[in-house]
Design a protein around this ligand. Structure first.
Ligand code: ZN
Length: 193
């Protein structure tokens, strides 16, 4: 991760902004206390690599300089569930002072399929994304492991780590055992894409 890589603020090309990411899915639910949005659908947003914007606006109508930097989350957060408080405030821009902090919160679920490292012999075009394993860490936190298939081999991704399963892994039960073994993710349930 180098902070000098081009950001969507400089390029609108998501391929350049996320060169190491094959595909992603980001779900954001905000306004958990139902203070701001009129309709429930306004609170939830879902993005993929093809339509992810740089930022997501805050639903608090009085919020200034708030919202969520989606690109930062994709680049620097580990896949799984996160909660972020809004960084905005309820000040008035005219008075040039900061008001009370915005109490909006964003609950994020991030799933990322990373491209194999350049040193790997993986043929990218043959890779097929299958879906996710939802499971738990040893601490009980809910996490997501991406599952892809390259030829007959399975590849799983968690955080910034990618793992190519050995040829002995030939079905989803084997993939779950591998996720437990390598990433210590237990009670995994497969969700097809
Ligand atoms: Zn806000």
């Amino acid at each position: 991760m180098t902070p000098s890589r081009p950001f969507l603020g400089e390029t609108t090309d998501r391929e350049k902004a996320f060169p190491d990411i094959e595909s992603l899915e980001l779900t954001v639910a905000q306004d958990p206390y139902e203070h701001y949005a009129r309709h429930a659908w306004q609170r939830e947003s879902r993005f993929t690599k093809t339509d992810i914007p740089r930022r997501l606006g805050c639903l608090n109508p009085r919020c200034q300089q708030g919202g969520l930097d989606l690109e930062q989350i994709v680049l620097f957060s580990s896949p799984g569930k996160h909660s972020y408080y809004c960084n905005g405030h309820e000040g008035t821009p005219k008075e040039r002072r900061k008001g009370d902090p915005c109490d909006n919160r964003f609950d994020v679920m991030l799933a990322v399929v990373r491209r194999p490292s350049r040193s790997g012999k993986v043929v990218r075009s043959k890779e097929q994304r299958l879906g996710y394993l939802r499971g738990k860490t040893t601490d009980g936190d809910e996490v997501v492991v991406s599952v892809a298939k390259i030829g007959r081999d399975y590849r799983i991704g968690y955080g910034h780590r990618d793992h190519l399963c050995p040829p002995s892994v030939r079905d989803m039960e084997g993939v779950k055992r591998e996720a437990l073994l390598v990433f210590h993710v237990r009670d995994a349930a497969f969700e097809p894409q």
